[in-house]
Ligand binder design. Sequence first.
Ligand code: PAF
Length: 277
Amino acid sequence: MSDTVSGHLPRVIHDPAEWRAFCRSLRAYGGLGFVPTMGALHAGHLSLCRQAIVAGNANVVVSIFVNPTQFNDQADLAAYPRVLEADLHKLASVGVTAVFAPAYDGIYPDSYRFRMSEVELSRLYCGAHRPGHFDGVLTVVLKLLQLTGADAAYFGEKDYQQYMLVRDMAAAFFVPTAIVPCPIVREANGLAMSSRNERLSLTDRVAAGAFHRALVDGTSADQARQRLLAAGFEVDYVADIADAARGIRRRIAAIRFSGIRLIDNIGLTATGEATDV
Ligand code: PAF
């Protein structure tokens, strides 16, 4: 991917105080959209940036920070790809203005002494399998929202539980940034785009298309689970949940395949049929 569309790379800022001042200055030009990421960007991330641009924000900014507090598995943290230069070129191609790439001490001057916790939804599903994960996510997202002061922040629906928790936290703590959900972007075989897909062999990546198919074809969460097991996946959970704030239902799931943890979800009608395939 080249940066020739916009002609130059986004400005990179590492220091939190400088980032806060820069974002404040950008707001003088109109709406500010924000996309928080951990880097290793793919088409899903770029679609969040495009959605922020199409929404009419005068500037769109992105954070790239591999957040250690949300990893309960140190091997997973160590294996997480860090490819800032390549990410900057991708972001230039969609017209992103600036990137915040802080160091650990910049984001955690308190060494994680203070943290954000939610005590219901965060304990279920992904939270039950990754203790402490959502404390880390909510803490870093709150810090990033405070520093950026954007009008709207864009989150992918692939991480549906994360989206619900971030949205509800922002409401509970009167964060003025709108939390905007964005549709899942899929590979040709239905596999939801994820930085983790890069860690699957080509054969496994093709086979992993059965994950999405099982969610869509299963007539219940239990049947989807049976299909996943039959396809050779280890299943962390499959559950049909209600998102009361949006008046919708979704089937959410996490599996392990060749040592890689994958998550996905689909929309459901009131009677349990898949809606957004
Ligand atoms: O979804 C992610 O990439 C991360 O959980 C986030 C929201 C950037 C927080 O580190």
